[in-house]
Every structure is written in C-alpha cells, then in structure tokens.
Design a protein around this ligand. Structure first.
Ligand code: FO1
Length: 317
C-alpha cells in the first residue's frame, strides 16, 4: 500500500497526474494526493481562476481540451465575446463558456466563505477523479513577473499575452512568506511513502509550491522517498517556456541543472531520486554525484500509457 503525494502544476502536471492515477490503480495502491500550484491564479472580470487546479481537474475528469492543454473540450466562447464587447476582461485570455461556469461556481462558494481547499473538494465530487486535489495554500499569492525595464506584470499577462517574450528579471508571489500550506498538505507529505515531483515548470509551477512556508520543511522531514521527473528532455523544454524562466533564475536548461536546483535531501534540498530522459543519460553520473539517485527512462508523455510507465518508474525509483 504505497501512499503517494504528487507536486504538480500546468500541462505537464496534468499529464503526469493521469499517469500516476493509472500506475497506482494497476498496483492496487490508494489514490494519490495531488498538491497543485496556485501561483497561476488570478481575478478576472469578477471571477477567480485557478488555471493549474482546473487543468488537472479537467484532465482527471476526462473533459479537458487536449489540443490546447487548458480549458474544456468542445467549449464555446459566446460569453467571452460579450465580455470583450463591453471592453472588459483581457482579449488575449479566452474564458470558455463551460469553463466560466466553473469560475462562477467557485467565486460564489468563495464569497459564501468556503476556503479554496473546500471549494476544490466540492468541485471534485462532480466526477470520479481517482485522486485527491489540494491547493498548495488557501492564500492568494498570484505570481508577479518583473521584466527588463522594471515593469511588473501578472504572470498570466506575461505568459499568455507576451508569450514570455519580455525578458523576466524576477518571479515573485507577494504575500507567500505569510501563507500557510492548505489543510492536509503537510499531513499528506508526512504520511506518504513516496512524493513525486511532476515534470512541471520548476520555476513557476513547482517553485511556488516549495516557497509556501512549511512545505519544503515537510519534504525534508518526511520518511517518504522524494522522486522528481525531469521536465527537460534532450536539453530542451518539452512544452511551455520553462527555459526562459530557468534562465531568469540563473539555472541552465538541462536535466542535471534542474536536479541541482532542487538539490539533494542530504544537503538540504528536496530530492532523493531523479528521473531523466534516455536522451539525457549522460546526466545520470553528475546527478548521482550530487547524492541524488538517477535513472534514465523514456520520458515523452505521448499518451496515458507512456505517462503511466513514467509514473511506475518514479514510484519504484
Ligand atoms: N492560455 C493561453 O495561452 N491563452 C488563453 O487564452 C488561456 C486562457 C485560459 C483560461 C482559463 C484557464 O484556466 C487557463 C487558460 N490558459 C490560457 C492557460 C494558462 O494561461 C497557462 O497555460 C497556465 O496557467 C500555465 O500553467
């Protein structure tokens, strides 16, 4: 009976979560607890969006738009067009009609006094997700990006409007120093047998999770093995703009450099083991030299079958 916690965000986190669910079901192990990044969250036209939570929720429910990687499959944009006609919202940030239904429901429950954790628990009842979703924190710690020239943008404006083309100088989550892990996060990590770090963006997806005071400490103290999966394959990002983010914090875009960035638990970091892609097999020796067990396996998450194989390799690493 392996109790599993996954730290995840973004499209990589959603695909990996599907693989973990599948791998655990095949082993007869209980469903994972997935701790999700909320640094991407935002208020827009009066509603609260939690893009990473929603991407993982939709993927586990099987209602996600697989082409885009975000939003609902087969969604329409009538309300978005109407919001634009009023001159409200962001023209570059599309809110699908079905997706908006979730944002309106969530915002209503938040206004009624539910915590984000309670809202996610309630949203999770609609579908048989085969996993428990927890936000990293209930505090609002939306990511702010400072770009060359000093302008400060909400992460979603930098990411979706400017497609990460404005050189970032710093990523911050204002207020995160005072944030606490959401109820159940530290307990899940403490009680786990294995904690998996998904192949999500190390800076803007996993970074905020590790910055919530108490989560890094919980990872250091747990008796669980902490196993990460490289988001870099063959020295390149698989999807998204993690390379721009890594460069901004002075980390090279390579599987070994990301492992070094997370660090070995014996040296105050978070990793016991790290999976790299077959294409990066040369990284296994330098990563092992850091005190992190390292194996090279196929890491392309082409479909659930491939994701499940990666998750199975991580669970037995
Ligand atoms: N990404 C885009 O590139 N363009 C969009 O218009 C867009 C809308 C959107 C609406 C709701 C939502 O939950 C996510 C949305 N995303 C959109 C994805 C999101 O910006 C990022 O990909 C993630 O935050 C990164 O993990």
């Amino acid at each position: 009976m392996t109790r599993t916690v996954v730290l995840a965000g973004g499209v990589g986190g959603a695909k990996f979560s599907l693989g973990v669910r599948e791998a655990l079901a095949r082993r007869g192990d209980p469903p994972a607890t997935i701790v999700v990044n909320t640094g991407d969250d935002l208020w827009l036209t009066g509603v609260r969006l939690q893009p990473d939570v929603d991407s993982i929720l939709y993927a586990l429910a099987g209602v996600n738009d697989r082409e885009r990687g975000w939003g609902r499959a087969g969604d329409s944009e009538r309300v978005h067009e109407e919001i634009q006609a009023w001159g409200a919202g962001w023209p570059w940030f599309t809110l699908g009609d079905l997706d908006l239904g979730l944002h309106v429901a969530r915002t209503g429950w938040l206004r009624d006094g539910l915590t984000p954790t309670e809202v996610i628990e309630r949203m999770s009842r609609r579908w048989d997700l085969g996993a428990r979703l927890l936000p990293m924190t209930d505090a609002e710690v939306d990511t702010v990006v400072t770009v060359a020239g000093g302008e400060r943008l909400h992460f979603q404006e930098w990411w979706t409007r400017h497609r990460a083309t404005l050189a970032p100088i710093a990523f911050e989550n204002p207020g995160i120093e005072a944030a606490r892990p959401a109820s159940g996060v530290v307990e899940a990590i403490a009680d786990a047998d294995v904690v998996l770090v998904a192949p999500s963006n190390p800076v803007v997806s996993i970074g905020p999770i590790l910055t919530v005071p108490g989560i890094r400490e919980a990872l250091r103290e747990t008796s669980a093995a902490v196993v990460g999966v490289s988001p870099i394959i063959d020295g390149r990002v698989v999807r998204g703009m993690a390379d721009v983010c890594l460069t901004a914090i002075g980390v090279e875009t390579s599987a070994a450099a990301v492992a070094a960035h997370y660090g070995a638990r014996r040296d105050g970091g978070i990793l016991d083991a790290w999976l790299v892609a077959e294409e990066d097999a040369a990284a296994t020796a330098p990563v092992a030299a850091l005190g992190i067990r390292c194996a090279a396996v196929p890491l392309w998450m082409r479909d659930v079958e491939h994701s499940a194989a990666i998750a199975a390799a991580a669970l037995s690493a």
